[in-house]
Design a binder for this molecule. Structure first.
Ligand SMILES: [Zn+2]
Length: 192
């Protein structure tokens, strides 16, 4: 198994746009979790942490990221890792298997600078409308079902990753005619 506990994911492992695996909906992970799937998850989380460490990122040429889905390293598995500080300065860490959005707010938000992606080697300008609040049902590393409420920046990160698991890339959600136009008849504001 490639992504075992001794393996360090680098940019050469990251699947880029154009590869059909990024356009496929991923398959659910079997429960209880195999040791292999847990090790893959730990590798993915470690990439995110390494990429945010300036010395490590420079040494291993890692592009900084806040989330990583399994299909971004070529695995057809419904799982993602995320690690980031939100707009209030709170640290979030998620390692979620078979995540599903079970409900969401009507109100929406967007990042004023748009979104980026480790699988997209270019800047795609435009606003990406996301739900302001979501409830996600998933399984954690201990095979427990968890219900997570997310809002603001953390809701954006989770929606970006769950989109990956459904074969969707962030720019699919940017208005084609005017990338900086926002959906009408819905409350939508910038996160910051
Ligand atoms: Zn992405």
């Amino acid at each position: 198994m490639k992504f075992d506990s001794n393996y360090m994911i680098t940019m050469k492992d990251i699947i880029r746009e154009g590869d059909p695996i990024l356009r496929e909906a991923t398959k659910e992970v079997a429960l209880p979790l195999s040791e292999e799937d847990k090790e893959i998850m730990n590798c993915m989380l470690q990439y995110i942490k390494n990429s945010q460490n300036p010395e490590r990122a420079k040494k291993y040429q890692l592009r900084p990221g806040v989330g990583l889905s399994a299909n971004q390293i070529g695995l057809n598995k419904r799982m993602f890792a995320a690690y980031f500080t939100d707009e209030k300065g709170e640290l979030h860490e998620y390692t979620l298997f078979n995540p599903k959005i079970i409900s969401h707010s009507v109100s929406m938000i967007y990042l004023p600078d748009g979104e980026g992606c480790l699988s997209v080697d270019r800047t795609v300008p435009g606003f990406v409308p996301r739900y302001e609040r979501i409830k996600v049902k998933a399984f954690n590393m201990d095979n427990e079902e968890v219900l997570i409420k997310l809002k603001g920046y953390s809701a954006i990160v989770a929606q970006h990753e769950i989109d990956h698991l459904n074969g969707i890339l962030f720019y699919d959600r940017i208005n084609k005619d005017n990338p900086f136009s926002l959906p009408e008849n819905v409350s939508i504001k910038s996160v910051y």
